[in-house]
Design a protein around this ligand. Structure first.
Ligand code: P1T
Length: 396
């Protein structure tokens, strides 16, 4: 027995609610039986008194369970229309927990365009432990099968991808995963459950860097997983408890508070993202703009099918196509902040080649388009006019 299951299960009445209601109430019933507080209390405690050995109120030690964390885990599960949520101290700690499901000799097929830190975790930590990774382009789902062999255990998908905004057909990949009895994990950080719900499309594990849109205010680092299968949930809860990469209760409270406005923020991220993508596309100094909402984006039809909007993440290159041209732009930005991360209310600009994707060898990253002139924008919820004016003066 790994956990007190009743406290983790998403109740069916929540499943029936619509998304916006779930952001506020999902998994939050009876959060404070003592005083009926509307917000979940921050249970800043490492341990819980027991009446007699093993006799307790559902919690015994905060690495294995904490009521504030449980409230967040139920909320995340309900947003993804899943049964079980499991949270971690960072997005990478959540991916690390997934990888601990496997053993030496197992193989993982991963998208070749993904967050540099995920790539680093795969190639610098887990490859040393005997797990093999194959990085393949998955935009054409039909080509995935040729990379599967008897050792393959997991297909790992990021969509939209970081930073090239490629879109992968989750339903098509899920069909292939089922056919070969593989797990399908989807990093849903960029889309959020507001725009895309991979479990409904056949994925087995959803992963979030809750640091980003779920938290939404650039004040927390956290990760989360959502699954439907009880046995898989038990294995992941066991890893959470046994390895101990848990988030603290204060951070869980902050992400719960962030989630309450996820739907409102995402709506504005999408509107502003579209306005800025269209502005950049018209700018004569800009070469390519990567945003899945364009009719001529190579995976636009899949994006339309599996997402309810195109999000606030955009990448672009300069016509000059030099490091200097990109550096000049990001240095001149005033409303956009030059910083790693994304998904907060404030707009950020990043230079993937030297920041978020620096751990991918230059040759590898350039193959997928992460060139030195690529700039990535996380479009915030400010007034679009101010953001466009800022880009206009920086691009010159
Ligand atoms: O930073 P952390 O909470 O550990 O999450 C890692 C992570 C996982 N998956 C995706 C798609 C991500 O974008 C990230 C983190 N990304 C950045 C910090 C970034 O600026 O791209």
């Amino acid at each position: 027995m790994i956990a007190q299951w009743a406290q983790y299960i998403c109740y069916s009445n929540i499943q029936e609610m619509k998304f916006n209601t779930k952001t506020i109430h999902g998994g939050q019933e009876n959060i404070d039986p003592g005083y009926n507080s509307v917000m979940p209390p921050i249970y800043q405690t490492s341990t819980y008194s027991q009446e007699s050995p093993g006799k307790n109120k559902g919690f015994e030690y905060s690495r294995s369970g904490n009521p504030t964390r449980s409230a967040l885990e139920r909320s995340m599960a309900s947003l993804e229309n899943g049964k079980f949520g499991i949270s971690f101290g960072s997005g990478l700690a959540a991916i690390d927990a997934i990888l601990k499901l496997f053993k030496p000799g197992d193989e993982i097929l991963s998208t070749n365009d993904l967050y540099g830190g995920s790539y680093r975790l795969f190639t610098r930590i887990f490859e040393n432990l005997g797990i093999k990774f194959r990085f393949v382009g998955m935009q054409d789902a039909a080509r995935i099968e040729e990379h599967i062999n008897e050792n393959t255990r997991l297909i790992w998908v990021e969509t939209p991808t970081n930073p090239m905004m490629n879109i992968i057909d989750i339903e098509a990949v899920a069909r292939i995963a089922k056919k070969h009895s593989l797990l399908l994990g989807v990093d849903n950080t960029f889309a959020t459950p507001y725009l895309q719900r991979p479990l409904e499309l056949g994925a087995d594990i959803i992963m979030h860097s809750a640091t980003k849109y779920l938290g939404g205010h650039s004040d927390v680092v956290m990760g989360g997983l959502v699954v439907n299968d009880r046995e898989l949930a038990e294995r992941l809860y066991f890893i959470q408890k046994a390895s101990g990469a848990i988030p603290g209760p204060q951070d869980c409270f902050l992400v719960l508070r962030g989630i309450k406005t996820l739907h409102l923020r995402m709506q504005r991220h999408c509107e502003n993202g579209e306005a800025i993508a269209r502005f950049l596309k018209k700018n004569p100094k800009i070469a390519k703009v990567y945003w899945p909402g364009f009719d001529d984006h190579p995976n636009h039809e899949i994006a339309k099918k599996q997402m309810s909007g195109f999000g606030g993440m955009i990448s672009f290159t300069t016509k000059e196509n030099t490091l200097e041209s990109a550096t000049k732009i990001v240095e001149k930005l005033k409303v956009f902040t030059l910083a790693e991360s994304l998904g907060g209310v404030e707009s950020l600009a990043g230079h993937p080649a030297s920041m978020t994707h620096a751990s991918i060898p230059k040759e590898e990253r350039e193959k997928i388009g992460v060139v030195d002139s690529l700039i990535r924008l996380s479009v915030g919820v400010e007034d679009a006019e101010d953001l466009i004016a800022d880009l206009e003066q920086a691009i010159g």
